[in-house]
Design a protein around this ligand. Structure first.
Ligand code: A3P
Length: 319
């Protein structure tokens, strides 16, 4: 690997020793770096590499999200929308490639691969908070699309996801324990509310640069949001395309029902961090709004609603 990266290796090992620690969901420990919780593994080194070395190009496109907020779906939509001139729908790569293999998470990709070698326009994803992103991303012309989701569904989706991935040798994490951690803001890439509000505020300040989407609204009107997304990214659908139903084809290709019916998402895997191979089936569960009510107690719902109200007060944001 690049020689200049060795300094970051050193920084990584030193920081991991000294940063505040708390309990992880997928691995035993998280470290708190610049206000956010990271697993002290390669993804965290990737964040440091991104901060120290990443050089954006004006036409780079980033998608950002908190875990379990619709990352897989938005990756598919962005890929299908931005590459629509390159691929036919009948033989589309998304039919045989998992959404996570269509474009990488920058903070893991940068650990082992040469980001400079990727052709423009580059598509990158990140779970990192807005305040963590390097100036090369925030102060440049590249665009960011963020997807948010309501905290109750995010919590439940994340908890059930972790149940499948948490190594057997670790003691089990109960839903009550995870709920306490979530309420305290302790979870991979959390605090959740700081994450959402960081991008929300930045999207108000820089509306040309950051498009803020909501999972729930996308579920209601996917075509309208895909149209908006394409306009925002400077690749609007032409009248001809609209007439030919291209937007509807993107909606259909990326729909939960279609993606979950594909062999690659039934039996394939994604290996986006070296420490962890994830079966693609784990990225798809129900894909519905409000399923959390089937898993949370009335007390949990009331508590999370109250925390949400407090956190959002005065921000102008609602889920
Ligand atoms: P549920 O666990 O509530 O079903 P992420 O991709 O950020 O990890 O988020 C995963 C959540 O998005 C899961 O939510 C998953 O089912 C849902 N999801 C995955 N693909 C989707 C799609 N094509 N459309 C809608 N939701 C999708």
């Amino acid at each position: 690997q690049n020689k200049v990266y060795q300094e970051t290796d050193k920084q990584f090992f030193e920081l991991v020793q000294t940063l505040p620690k708390d309990q992880g969901w997928m691995i035993p420990t998280l470290v708190q770096y610049q206000g956010f919780w990271y697993p002290p593994i390669s993804v965290f080194k990737g964040v440091l590499l991104m901060q120290n070395h990443f050089r954006s190009r004006p036409n780079d496109i980033f998608m950002a999200s908190f875990l379990k907020s619709g990352t897989t779906w938005l990756k598919a939509i962005l890929f299908a929308t931005m590459k629509r001139d390159e691929f036919e729908f009948a033989t589309h790569p998304l039919l045989t490639t998992g959404p996570h293999d269509c474009f990488p998470f920058l903070d893991s990709y940068i650990c082992d691969s040469d980001v400079e070698a990727l052709p423009s326009p580059r598509l990158f994803a990140t779970h990192s908070a807005y305040s963590i992103l390097p100036k090369s991303i925030t102060d440049s012309d590249c665009k960011i699309v963020y997807i948010s989701r309501n905290p109750k569904d995010v919590f439940v989706s994340q908890y059930l996801f972790v149940q499948k991935l948490r190594p057997q040798m670790l003691p089990p994490l109960t839903m009550e324990e995870a709920f306490e951690l979530f309420c305290r803001g302790v979870s991979e890439y959390g605090p959740f509310f700081d994450h959402v509000l960081g991008y929300w505020k930045a999207s108000l300040e820089f509306p040309e640069k950051i498009l803020f989407l909501k999972y729930e609204e996308m579920k209601k009107e996917p075509a309208r949001h895909i149209k908006k997304l394409a306009e925002f990214l400077g690749k609007p659908f032409s009248e001809e395309e609209e007439k030919d139903g291209v937007i509807e084809q993107v909606v259909k290709l990326c729909s939960f029902d279609n993606l979950t019916s594909l062999e690659v998402n039934k039996s394939g895997t994604s290996n986006f961090i070296p420490e962890m191979v994830v079966h693609n089936t784990n990225f798809f569960r129900k894909g519905q709004v409000g399923d959390s009510k089937n898993h949370l107690t009335p007390e949990m719902i009331a508590r999370l609603d109250q925390i949400t109200e407090e956190k959002l007060k005065g921000t102008g944001f609602t889920f």
